[in-house]
Design a protein around this ligand. Structure first.
Ligand code: BES
Ligand code: ZN
Ligand code: ZN
Length: 483
């Protein structure tokens, strides 16, 4: 999609569809006569995400006018605007529209709004249909102009930031949606390598031999059941003159398929475990955005990529592995594999000098039991980093809920045979999983984001296609940019 910023004359602009925002409750006095009639008859209410498509509107050269409800003015934040933009794109492309001009003026026209519309437009245009070979032409918006009154330097840079985040979200979703036969751990590393070419990021992949040499026994234990070799992906952004006290580490779970291993999962719904690498895909996308937007701090992205399979060489319940940290782990359930690969990646991040850590992982079904599919669960060892994270997430429109990771949860992980066991008891599974990770973060401020309930949409929404959501990529990027 060709995404542009401009200040066209709205009445005179020629386009397939001109999008005008209408808020709920207060009919604007300057409202066009035709529109006013729709409003007065109740056909247009201005409710959030209400779309009304009108042809031949007097006074406009646009072939269609889409009146997009923006809800109550006091509730119109950037998260809502992102949804309106993506919703408008999804609505219009389903009608065969190719070119769109989206008018942003009045109260909604601030820099955050500009960024949100740019991100939303790109996110709304994405579809999970790369592998469909049908003859019907794909429905997609080809050109989207964001129309504002003033193109100041601030507006331009907000637009650029929104665009870069939208593109990164779609890269991350492209990677997540790939089926597990195509997106193996090595293929995932190849996608990351491709992304870093010419980006200024440094890039490295640790293969099985190197991981053995280093002693990443926890990660290798998970990988050993699969014919697909593991890959530890490392992407680094180091700006000149970076604040020396901060080196942010982003770690994302990259299980390209999770069968559960020997503790195998039930057949029903197992195909969904192809998105068990969504945290890793969000890290790869975030690093692309970070390389373009150039925050002032150093950022390292790490993705442990493995496939969790029940082969004859697979690890068994009861195995005891030695992690990179030196701590031994009794593996009681091979389906609790995410935490095993993450802690070796976390220890590696600490060895690389990361001073602050955020990991994102489709870690537990329990987080979806606790929070459903709306909010990601956030666990933290440090209040300052937690506050930064929550604020970054709010601006990104990615809902987060703070969950506990008190020492009591650590009690569930005690075993006489090793330093720690990899599962807790029946209750509070997302919290004991977080407590397991915490054990390996030492004194380093750390935030863990469980995205098992939010990284994938089972049913499409008016503003988002079915499939991967890219969460928490926007929060990652905002955290680095607004540090
Ligand atoms: N990848 C799963 C978690 C998951 C579940 C992600 C549903 C997305 C949707 C993870 O590796 C897993 O299997 N966790 C187990 C942990 C248990 C064995 C302690 C779980 O949640 O059941
Ligand atoms: Zn699992
Ligand atoms: Zn998993």
């Amino acid at each position: 999609m060709d995404l542009r910023l401009g200040r066209p004359d709205l009445a005179g602009v020629e386009t397939d569809a001109l999008v005008l925002l209408e808020s709920e409750g207060s009919r604007r006095p300057e409202l066009d006569k035709t529109l006013a009639a729709y409003y007065d008859s109740g056909e247009i209410s201005g409710k959030l995400l209400e779309f009304t498509l009108l042809h031949g509107m007097a006074g406009y050269k646009a072939r269609r006018v889409l009146v997009a409800g923006s809800g109550k003015p006091e509730k119109l934040d950037s998260a809502a605007l992102r949804r309106i933009a993506s919703g408008a794109v999804r609505f219009l492309k389903s009608k065969g529209v190719k070119s769109v001009v989206f008018a942003l003026d009045g109260a909604a026209a601030n820099t955050a709004a500009v960024a949100a519309v740019a991100t939303g437009a790109l996110a709304g245009n994405w579809e999970p249909d790369r592998l469909k070979t049908g003859k019907e032409p794909k429905k997609t918006i080809e050109s989207f102009e964001l129309a504002v009154r003033e193109v100041s330097a601030d507006v331009k840079s907000a637009f650029e930031r929104g665009k870069v985040i939208g593109e990164a979200l779609n890269l991350s979703r492209d990677i997540s949606v790939e089926p597990p036969n195509l997106l193996t751990p090595v293929a995932m590393a190849d996608r990351a390598r491709e992304m870093t070419k010419g980006s200024g990021l440094s890039f490295e992949v640790l293969d099985r031999d190197r991981m053995k040499q280093l002693g990443m026994g926890a990660l290798l234990g998970v990988a050993q059941g699969s014919a697909e070799p593991p890959a530890l992906i490392v992407m680094q952004y180091k700006p000149e003159g970076a604040a020396p006290a901060v080196h942010l580490g982003l770690v994302g779970k990259g299980v390209t398929f999770d069968t559960g291993g020997i503790s195998i999962k039930p057949a029903e719904g197992m195909e969904k475990m192809k998105y068990d690498m969504a945290g890793g895909a969000a890290v790869i996308g975030a690093m692309q955005a970070i390389a373009k937007l150039k925050p002032k701090i150093a950022v390292t992205g790490i993705v442990p990529a493995v496939e969790n399979m029940p082969g004859s060489k697979a690890q068994r319940p009861g195995d005891i592995v030695t992690s990179l940290s030196g701590k031994t782990i009794e593996v009681l359930n091979t389906d609790a594999e995410g935490r095993l690969i993450l802690i070796d990646a976390i220890t590696y991040a600490l060895q690389l000098g990361c001073t602050h850590l955020v990991d994102a992982a489709t870690l537990t079904g329990a987080i979806a039991v606790a929070l459903g599919f709306t909010s990601s669960g956030v666990f933290a060892s440090d209040d300052t980093l937690l506050a930064k994270w929550m604020s970054a997430a709010k601006d990104a429109g990615e809902k987060m809920w703070h969950m506990p990771v008190d020492d009591e949860y650590r009690e569930q992980l005690k075993t006489v045979y090793a330093d720690i066991q990899n599962i807790g008891g029946r209750w509070g599974g997302a919290c004991s999983a977080a407590a397991f990770l915490k054990e390996f973060t030492g004194e380093t401020p750390w935030v863990h984001v469980d995205v098992a309930g939010t990284a994938w949409l089972d049913d499409e929404k008016p503003f988002l296609a079915k499939g991967p959501t890219g969460i928490p990529l926007g929060s990652f990027v905002n955290l680095a940019m607004d540090w």
